[in-house]
Design a protein around this ligand. Structure first.
Ligand code: MG
Ligand code: MG
Length: 270
């Protein structure tokens, strides 16, 4: 398939979409395994070790490992990003012990048979406050709403505006500095997929077309939208005001009938 003119977007064939579904399925299994493992007392390094084992057993490659970032001092050292409480994304697994009342966003990316899967969920550790649960629910709902809005010919900004409205109507805020992305043989392909719509983002707007594969990933803050690079390694991105953040991500293919979710655990068709 050729790229979409002018944008550098790589459209995918039905066969490629099934390969992406297989990669997305592996990520789904890992994130589902985390549902049982995320309990008070576990460390984020222990969660990462389980993910690394599952990725290796599947014959896949951990996408995040070795990634470099101009902000960070070292290449990313793990298969998972584990972002706790006020950390939005890119938290590095460590000996940090998860405590009752924490929330943790786990992001996992793999390459399997040449194609990528990339998905994230935020988990409640034990019993969390109503406010934290409200944040998690809103972020998950924002992703579901976006998926339901996808259809060929629609401009992405229409979908993004709906994500932003849902989040802001619930008194929460959308992170601007990090956005979703095209996904395929590479983890980050064109286009950029923001979770908000303003004059600037509309300049880079794009039309949804069949065969486009996107990682959609709203990042939502309980307080203000601003983020900072925190932590010794300068990988973790945290809310500037220290309030909790949540992150959900799914991979989708745009089809004539709407979004086909590739990271929800359904089996590839042969
Ligand atoms: Mg991700
Ligand atoms: Mg992503």
């Amino acid at each position: 398939m050729s790229g979409q003119k002018g944008l550098g977007v790589v459209l995918k064939s039905p066969r490629e979409i099934e390969l992406m579904r297989a990669a997305g399925g592996l990520v789904f299994r890992i994130l589902t395994k985390m549902e049982e493992l995320v309990i008070p007392g576990v460390t984020t390094a222990e969660l990462n070790a389980v993910a690394e084992e599952l990725i290796e057993k599947a014959g896949a490659i951990a996408l995040f490992k070795g990634v470099t970032n101009p902000q960070a001092r070292t290449p990313f050292p793990a298969a998972l990003c584990t972002s706790v409480n006020e950390e939005v994304v890119h938290g590095v697994p460590s000996d940090r012990v998860l405590m009752d009342g924490d929330i943790v966003s786990i992001d996992c990316g793999v390459r399997l048979d040449g194609y990528c899967g990339d998905s994230a969920r935020t988990y409640a550790v034990g019993q969390v406050t109503d406010e934290a649960q409200r944040l998690i629910d809103a972020t998950r709902d924002a992703l579901s709403l976006a998926i339901a809005q996808i259809q060929p010919d629609r401009m992405w900004s229409e979908v993004a505006a709906k994500i932003q409205k849902l989040v802001e109507d619930r008194g929460l805020s959308v992170v601007r500095e990090f956005v979703g992305h095209g996904l395929g043989q590479e983890m980050h392909e064109e286009p950029k997929v923001p979770n908000y719509a303003d004059r600037k983002s509309r300049k880079n707007d794009f039309r949804l077309v069949e065969g486009m594969t996107l990682a959609i990933e709203p990042m939502v803050n309980l307080g203000k939208p601003e983020v900072i690079y925190a932590g010794n390694d300068r990988w973790a991105v945290s809310t500037k005001d220290g309030e909790y953040a949540a992150h959900f991500e799914h991979d989708v293919a745009v089809t004539a009938g709407g979004a086909d979710v590739l990271s929800d655990g359904r089996q590839p068709s042969k």
